[in-house]
Ligand binder design. Structure first.
Ligand code: DC
Length: 225
């Protein structure tokens, strides 16, 4: 069976990674969380106090960063160190949008992402996957949900993980990131013309997965005729 590339884009905290993970598991595909890569770069910049406006220091930092995903648990590895937990915390969340708006950062990450997906059989989620990283992906999904529902879901998730936060700060962070992500000059978040929109405001995880799986199976059938 010929494998395909599945791109999932959408605003912050609308369930992209849950859907992408679920789809990858059902299809036996590799799941790549492109946001985790921007988060890992951000963590490196924070730890090393890289000034975002200093192109030389940004380039040098990018040269000294390797990002991989552990094969055992898919955790994000920054220069070999498991940073999965740290990249989800507020200091990284608060800086990741400005960092990912830097063209040099995007060029480096897009190159890596394209290399990771060169053999297809991949589900990648992010903001520019269907528009920039894999513009010829056989299936593009654009996920949306009501902003208040998204804030509540992210807050509940952080609560479950024991990460200190408040609904207000989570809501503010989401609004801020959505704004920067969709207005930046370099590859802003936007729906690809050929993307299929799924609004999951009133769908639970299982329903959303079922819907996407049906769409994926139809695309697979078409591509294997
Ligand atoms: O998916 P996430 O919330 O973990 O992503 C973190 C940030 O990374 C998000 O605010 C914007 C950026 N990002 C991006 O610019 N392009 C991507 N393909 C994925 C994420």
């Amino acid at each position: 069976m010929k494998q395909i590339t599945i791109a999932i884009d959408g605003y912050s905290s609308c369930g992209k990674s849950t859907l992408a993970k679920g789809l990858a598991a059902k299809l036996g595909y590799t799941y790549i969380d492109s946001g985790a890569m921007y988060r890992a770069v951000t963590l490196y910049f924070l730890r090393n106090e890289i000034p975002l406006k200093d192109a030389k220091q940004v380039d040098a930092a990018l040269e000294s960063i390797t990002i991989r995903f552990a094969s055992a648990n898919n955790h994000t590895l920054l220069n070999g160190e498991d940073v999965e937990e740290e990249i989800r915390q507020m200091p990284v969340s608060n800086l990741v949008s400005p960092v990912s708006a830097i063209p040099a950062v995007r060029r480096a990450m897009v190159r890596l992402q394209q290399a990771m997906g060169k053999d297809k059989g991949i589900v990648m989620d992010g903001r520019d996957i269907g528009t920039v990283v894999f513009p010829t992906a056989e299936l593009k999904i654009f996920l949306t949900a009501d902003p208040e529902v998204r804030a509540q879901r992210r807050y509940d998730e952080l609560l479950t993980k024991g990460v200190p936060s408040s609904l207000e700060s989570v809501r503010a962070n989401l609004q801020h990131r959505d704004h920067i992500d969709s207005t930046r000059e370099d590859s802003p978040l936007r729906q690809a013309e050929d993307a299929i929109v799924i609004d999951n405001t009133y769908l639970n995880e299982a329903q959303q997965l079922q819907k996407a799986l049906e769409i994926a199976q139809a695309v697979l059938k078409k591509n294997n005729r």
